[in-house]
Design a protein around this ligand. Structure first.
Ligand code: FES
Length: 103
């Protein structure tokens, strides 16, 4: 795993949910309850970007059919989604948000 600088805290403080891309990953960064989380941006049910969804406590809610996912674990809390999202390690260095990308 290597850490990649994907956004700044300032970006996230205004929008709370943003989608960032690497060569192979599309990652949702979320600022929830004062903490930064990184999970897959694509819902595990169908093709919906969770960055277009909404925050509910420490969960993100899919904009298409409303499944909620816990940001810390990726766990799907409501149907129709059943599979968990992949989660990624986050490091904060100053204003930089670094995300651990698998090799
Ligand atoms: S696409 Fe996300 S719950 Fe259906």
């Amino acid at each position: 795993m290597h850490f990649v600088h994907l956004a700044s805290l300032k970006d996230l403080q205004t929008r709370k949910l943003i989608c960032v891309k690497t060569d192979t990953y599309r990652i949702l960064l979320a600022l929830a309850e004062g903490k930064v989380y990184a999970v897959d941006d694509m819902c595990t049910h169908e093709d919906a970007s969770l960055s277009k969804g909404s925050l509910h406590g420490d969960c993100v809610k899919c904009p298409l059919h409303g499944s909620r996912f816990r940001l810390a674990s990726g766990e799907a809390l409501d149907e129709p989604a059943e599979e968990a999202l992949n989660t990624y390690d986050v490091r904060i260095e100053g204003d930089a948000i670094l995300v651990g990308i698998p090799e």
